[in-house]
Structures are given as C-alpha cells and as structure tokens.
Ligand binder design. Structure first.
Ligand code: GTP
Ligand code: MG
Length: 286
C-alpha cells in the first residue's frame, strides 16, 4: 500500500509502489485502537462537520476582536517559516509536535495553514496548482485557552494529482511523501484536505487507506465550503464524511468542514489538532 502517485491522473486505485510501509511506526502517539477512540467516527452530529456553527474562528491574534471575553480562546502568539526541504532529512530535527497538511493540488492546504495561524501571507498560495513543492515547515507559538504556551510545527506538503509537474518531480513525490509519513517521529496528526466541490477522489481515498495502514491519526478538512450554498454544502459534507469513513475502515477519523475564506470550522479544526497533538489540557470535543 502506498500514498497516491502524483501522476496527474485522478482515477487510479491503490498501487503498490514497492516501498515498504510495514515497519514499526514510532510516532510517539497512539493513533488507533480504543484508547484513541475519542476521535469522532460516528454520525455527523459528532463529526465536527456542522457548518452552521459560530462564524468566529476561535483563534485570536492578540488584541483583535474575538469571541466574548468569557470564552477561552486559542491565541496565535507567533508563526514563522522555519525550513523548506526536498526530503525529510532537510527538515529540523523532530523536536516539537507536528501536524502535516496533505491533499490534492489547489485544494487549499497553504491557505488553511495561513488561516489557522491568522497570517495572510505566511505560506504562499496560488490559484495555479502546484504552488507548493517540497516540504515546508512553519512553527506556531500558541497561548492555549488554559493560558499555557505551546509550540507546534505545521508542515505543508506538496499536492498530488497535478499533471503539469516534470516527470522527475512526479517520480520523487511518492517516495518523499511516503518517507515523511512513515518515519517522521514527531508527526502527530495528518490533516487531509478535500475540496467540497470535488468530493473524496480515488487519490484521496488511497491516501486515507495508506494513513490508516500506517496507524497515523488523521483529520479530514473539507475545504472551500464558502463556495457552495447551504443545502448543497450539507449534502456534500454528508457524502464526503460517509466516503471518508468507508476509506478509513475501522480507523477513527474526524471530519471538519472549513473555509479559509470565512474562517468557518477553523476553531473546530484547531480543537481536533490540539487534541491529537496532545497540546494542553483536553480541549472540548469538536
Ligand atoms: N473561496 C475559497 N478559496 C480558497 C479557499 N482555500 C483556498 N482557496 C483558493 O484556492 C486556491 C488554491 O489555494 P492554495 O492554498 O494555494 O492551495 P494548495 O493546496 O496549497 O495548492 P498547491 O500548493 O498547488 O498544492 C487559491 O486561489 C486560494 O485563494 C477557501 O476556503 N475558500
Ligand atoms: Mg500550497
């Protein structure tokens, strides 16, 4: 089993890349089994997929308007670029809890990272697919709702399914991503992004299966929900959630509907990330 190839095709099923993916994964986190069953894998009401929740992202840059004073908020104290690497070896040593963002080219990975850390231009985004190449690592310093500080690394992964890449780039994509996903010991959560208008495609399902196989904790972020009307949105969220669960099998997974444009779902996504990255006291369930 392997990660999807960056072949530019979108309809291929799981392929066997020949790379081994069965070695012991020491992510330092428990990512499956009953212990970790707190991740929502049941009905939509508990899936964090509600798209009618508060518009406020729940994050706040010091001093900016946010939720009412009484509500504890997650503050982004700082967010900086740390490294860009062609391979995992080029990343800093795995010291901090890490969350990776993966998915199809143009699905909104870089935009979602920017929104999570309340920075408009920390990560380069583009309407032309293929903007992110290699692995980019950003470091966020947070003040958690319980007032403690924490740091978290966020890794922007290059997208797949983009036909315009060079042959050698497409060839190196699989091993690079697989190497990172399989062996990065600090990786606590993988956020897989799915465009609400495209739904879960074969490459995405293949990556979900692969992550489940690796025992990686996975959160699915449905992106660009602002682009569809309320009725279609709810229907698409339900369909994607069902497809995600099918692809993940017994592995627990949380699905969150988001918009990097309006901030919807960002607070819920932070809650899921914090929970799985073990940052701070148990956050409230999404
Ligand atoms: N309306 C809307 N547009 C979005 C949203 N998220 C991303 N976009 C737009 O979608 C395009 C692609 O966004 P990126 O964040 O660059 O996507 P990416 O997944 O990082 O793309 P690659 O780096 O090419 O893999 C940009 O034009 C963004 O402005 C969203 O939530 N709503
Ligand atoms: Mg990008």
């Amino acid at each position: 089993m392997s990660a999807p190839k960056n072949s530019g095709t979108s309809s291929s099923g799981p392929k066997n890349s020949g790379t081994s993916s069965s070695g012991p994964k020491n992510s330092g986190t428990s990512s499956s089994g009953p212990k970790n069953s707190g991740t929502s894998s049941s009905g939509p009401k508990n899936s964090g997929t509600s798209s009618s929740g508060p518009k406020n992202s729940g994050t706040s840059s010091s001093g900016k308007s946010g939720p009412k004073k009484s509500e504890p908020v997650l503050e982004i104290l700082d967010a900086v670029f740390v490294a860009h690497a062609k391979e995992q070896d080029g990343l800093p040593p795995p010291m901090l809890a890490e969350v990776a963002f993966g998915g199809r080219s143009n699905v909104g990975k870089s935009s979602l990272i920017n929104k999570l850390v309340n920075r408009r231009k920390l990560v380069r985004t583009s309407s032309t697919p293929g903007a992110t190449r290699g692995l980019s690592l950003f470091r966020a310093t947070l003040r958690l709702p319980d007032a403690t500080r924490a740091q978290l690394d966020l890794v922007d992964l290059p997208g797949y399914g983009f036909a315009q890449r060079s042959k050698s780039e497409r060839k190196s994509w699989g091993p690079m991503i697989e190497g990172y996903l399989e062996s990065r010991v600090s990786l606590r959560v993988v956020v897989l992004l799915v465009d609400i208008r495209r739904g879960l495609e074969d490459d995405d399902a293949q990556l979900l299966e692969y992550l489940a196989h690796l025992g990686r904790t996975t959160v699915v972020a449905i992106t660009k929900i602002d682009k569809v009307g309320r009725t279609d949105r709810d229907k698409s969220v339900r369909t994607i959630t069902a497809d995600v669960k099918k692809a993940c099998g017994a592995a627990p997974v949380t699905v969150v509907a988001t918009s990097a444009e309006t901030g919807e779902g960002i607070s819920t996504l932070w809650t899921a990330i914090r929970k799985h990255a073990f940052l701070g006291a148990s956050p409230v369930e999404p």
